[in-house]
Design a protein around this ligand. Structure first.
Ligand SMILES: Cc1ncc(C[n+]2csc(CCOP(=O)(O)OP(=O)(O)O)c2C)c(N)n1
Length: 405
């Protein structure tokens, strides 16, 4: 995207924005998105995008990022994406049925997550935001463990050290600082593993992200910043986050940035592998901007029809990450009907496992919130725990009174 292009689009948005407030209260589709881009990168954007698989499913080469995968590896990427999408759809449905309080869907972002996730080595360390269900899948976190926090029955649900996958972070961008600090520690330990931090286009506006860029650059920390530019920060478009393409920000901090087609799993894999290798070999951080699209709502409590148009979504649907890989695999004879059917079967079984697991989750121990605050005991936490216990006991008394005892 050129700076001029951004300004034009911003103006176009600005002129239609006046109608937003009025329409936000109506159930009608909001108009601003109509003035926005069609979801297709313009020619300048297209030229910058690293792509190895076109939206039509044709394999293309890139001078800097080549990749040669076996048939089994290619099938694996397809399986990962299909199962992750199924898990995500199931979680959305469970929220609608009242089984989860909230869900942040990754629909449309499967290639960015599976491609980058499969580029990681076991000893690498991941700092996710809250939408990285596909990366969690690649790290071997049981998907059912991702649901506890969204059901409100735990404060995380997995041990970060088991899979080198940190807990989800709700405060956007903050984990880029944790990742940078962790990477500096890895460097001091003399290890050759790398760290990856996931964040969104909206989070890129946070001071934390700028600080982590500065620190990682000057200390040459082995960290890869993986920004999934899914075009929207809730209802705020990317144009409200930046005047230059996000990947170009890195240059100002002194390290390289690259924009990859975030709906192309092969390109995401190749680019992330190269960035991790750079980090491992002491060449410092790198920013990857995965140009993708959030097909669904921001979370289940959001209604995107209020701020974006159907045409935009439709334009991105044509670039679906799973369909394009499937087209390629079918054309090359790498998958056949029997294989695709087996994945569908596996997908159904996963859906059932997720449904059963959520419904069987025990109610939480309400006192658990006081655990893991400090490594050792702390007088203030002890006091708060005692107060809370007394408060809860007051309900038990009330129950007894109501029962006439
Ligand atoms: C520091 C902070 N400010 C505001 C919020 C509220 N908030 C939650 S999600 C979100 C938008 C995030 O957009 P983006 O970073 O693009 O990620 P996406 O949700 O699109 O994946 C905001 C502003 C927050 N969680 N943390």
């Amino acid at each position: 995207m050129t700076v001029e292009g951004t300004a034009q689009r911003k103006n176009a948005r600005g002129s239609s924005k006046r109608t937003t407030a009025k329409k936000a209260t109506s159930a009608k589709k909001a108009s601003p998105a109509k003035a926005r881009n069609s979801g297709r990168p313009d020619q300048a954007e297209q030229d910058q995008l690293v792509q190895l698989l076109t939206p039509e499913g044709k394999r293309v080469e890139h001078p800097d990022y080549s990749i040669d995968l076996s048939a089994e590896e290619l099938r694996g990427l397809y399986r990962d994406m299909v199962l992750t999408r199924k898990f995500d759809a199931e979680a959305t449905t469970l929220q609608r049925q009242g089984e989860l309080g909230l869900w942040a869907s990754l629909l449309g972002q499967e290639a960015a997550q599976i491609g980058s996730g499969r580029a990681l080595r076991d000893d690498d360390y991941v700092f996710p935001t809250y939408r990285e269900h596909g990366v969690a899948w690649c790290r071997g976190v049981d998907p059912t463990n991702l649901l506890g926090m969204f059901r409100g029955v735990n404060h995380g649900g997995w041990d970060p050290n088991t899979n080198n996958f940190h807990l989800y972070t709700i405060v956007i961008g903050s984990q880029t600082l944790h990742a940078t600090g962790y990477a500096m520690g890895v460097q001091k330990d003399g290890a050759d593993s790398a760290v990856i931090a996931y964040f969104g286009d909206g989070a890129s506006s946070q001071g934390d992200v700028a600080e982590s860029f500065t620190f990682s650059a000057v200390y040459n920390a082995p960290v890869v910043f993986f920004c999934q530019n899914n075009q929207w920060a809730i209802s705020e478009p990317t144009e409200k986050q930046t005047r230059v393409p996000l990947y170009q920000r890195a240059r100002g901090f002194g390290f390289p940035g690259v924009r990859v087609d975030g709906n192309d799993v092969l390109a995401c894999l190749a680019v992330t592998k190269a960035a991790l290798e750079r980090a491992r070999t002491g060449q410092g951080p790198m920013l990857i901007e995965a140009f993708t699209y959030r097909m669904g709502a921001h979370t289940t409590s959001d209604d995107p029809t209020k701020y974006r148009a159907d045409e935009e979504r439709a334009a991105w649907e044509a670039k679906d990450p799973i369909l394009r890989l499937r087209t390629y695999l079918e054309a090359e004879g790498i998958v056949d009907e029997a294989y695709l059917a087996s994945i569908d079967e596996e997908s159904e079984a996963l859906g059932k496992r997720v449904r059963d697991a959520v419904r069987a989750m025990p109610d939480p121990d309400t006192m658990a919130i006081f655990e893991n605050v400090y490594a050792d005991g702390h007088a203030l936490v002890d006091e708060e725990r005692a107060q809370f216990a007394a408060y809860q006991a007051s309900f038990a008394d009330a129950d007894l009174v109501a029962e006439g005892n």
